[in-house]
Design a protein around this ligand. Structure first.
Ligand code: SOE
Length: 405
């Protein structure tokens, strides 16, 4: 079936043209640290990226590291990974690794990233960048000084409908932007019996996670918002911790819960628009409902993770009784990334966002001076600063000016 030509949108770095074939001249050997839910999402991206997108380097999963030898061997067998380590320091030091993919809980990102710099490895780091802006700044300084390519896995921006929203806003079609609003709603921590700490539940332990929904979920919304609508300059926030004590898996005793279970904040963008953000793990019925909407002078856009292939679009210039919201099914050959996959009309899913993120990273290795479509450490540091400002505002009850990265 004939595919449409890829259209280029003015001023955007992110309109991928995967069918332009670049000669494959090498491989990128990736060492993955951590093999949980995110480890699987990343391993899948490493497997798929080279088959669907041609760049100068084909990614391969060269080694995987985890503390439990049995489990890590099982993971390596499932993902056809030839080498296994049980100490991340050994993985980072390996000569047969070009890039390290950090898929561990947040409190270890900094130490591992600094070791990667020491061993001259490129870094792909799971979000959020660090526990806070102070750590994030140290990591960003080190990686930038080293000149090593670096990415942080804010994956949602790589979904075709989200990239299309970015491209439409960058073209200026919306006119002046008035409003940005985003939600990320879940319900998995409502039970008071759920412990904190340990595999899967480290997200409830502030020492390991840094924060609750702010760093885990709102960070995604903030990354997308800053990418599409520019810098956030000030925030006014409130947070709540609904369950004050939970058993800690390490001690078996009840300990105070120090993460934010829910957070809502108002924000002002540099471009003059205003925003409302909300996230909670207590929205009964919602498992992972990420939505955003942007209202401009001429047009509005809206997106919903539960219907991730669609971008809703309102164009005020349409006259008379045909004026209304339309729904763009972003699966055609000229939608971002879609032309590299199936025939028009067939859907992509959550996992493709990681494949596309890795593709953008590989593409930028071929053209290091071109603008990047992926979040690097500096962009993720900007997001971290917004998270810090949100938490400070909630603590003090005052508006906070955001430190710019
Ligand atoms: C938390 O439940 C979580 O898995 C986040 O950690 C991810 O970043 C998000 O994409 C989905 O929800």
């Amino acid at each position: 079936m004939a595919k449409k030509q890829t259209t280029k949108t003015k001023g955007t770095p992110a309109s991928p043209t995967p069918r332009v074939s670049v000669r494959e001249s090498g491989i990128l050997r990736i060492g993955l640290i951590g093999y949980g839910f995110m480890g699987r999402a990343h391993a899948n991206a490493i497997h798929q990226a080279g088959n669907f997108f041609r760049t100068g380097r084909r990614p391969v999963l060269q080694a995987v590291c985890g503390r439990s030898e049995g489990k890590v061997r099982e993971f390596a067998a499932a993902w056809q990974c030839p080498h296994v380590e049980t100490d991340w320091r050994r993985l980072v030091a390996r000569d047969d690794i070009d890039a390290v993919d950090i898929c561990t809980p947040n409190d270890s990102h900094m130490e591992i990233a600094l070791a990667c710099v020491k061993h001259r490895k490129m870094i792909l780091c799971e979000k959020p960048l660090a526990l806070d802006g102070k750590q994030g700044a140290a990591m960003t300084r080190a990686v930038e000084k080293s000149g090593l390519p670096n990415l942080v896995w804010y994956n949602y921006r790589f979904l075709p409908a989200v990239t299309l929203a970015k491209n439409i806003v960058a073209s200026g079609e919306l006119g002046k932007i008035f409003h940005y609003r985003a939600n990320f709603l879940q319900d998995w921590t409502i039970s008071a019996d759920l412990p904190q700490g340990g595999t899967g539940l480290w997200r409830l332990d502030a020492k390991v996670a840094g924060s609750g929904v702010t760093g885990d979920l709102l960070a995604h919304c903030i990354d997308t918002a800053r990418w599409i609508n520019g810098d956030i300059v000030s925030v006014g926030a409130m947070t709540e911790t609904f369950i004050k004590e939970r058993i800690h898996t390490a001690t078996g005793t009840k300990q105070p819960v120090k993460i934010d279970d829910a957070c809502a904040f108002l924000a002002r963008f540099k471009n003059g628009s205003m925003a409302v953000f909300e996230s909670t793990r207590y929205a009964r019925g919602h498992k992972a409902l990420y939505t955003f909407e942007i209202n401009g002078e001429h047009k509005s856009l809206a997106w919903d993770l539960h219907d991730l292939n669609r971008l809703s679009y309102f164009d005020h210039s349409v006259q008379g009784d045909r004026r209304g919201w339309s729904s763009i099914h972003c699966t055609d050959g000229d939608h971002p990334y879609a032309g590299a996959w199936w025939v028009p009309g067939l859907c992509l899913g959550y996992e493709h966002s990681f494949v596309h993120g890795l593709y953008e990273f590989l593409r930028s290795l071929d053209a290091p001076k071109s603008p990047r479509a992926y979040p690097d450490f500096r962009h993720a540091l900007g997001t971290q600063h917004v998270c810090d400002a949100v938490l400070k505002s909630a603590r003090t009850g005052r508006w906070v000016t955001v430190t710019q990265a």
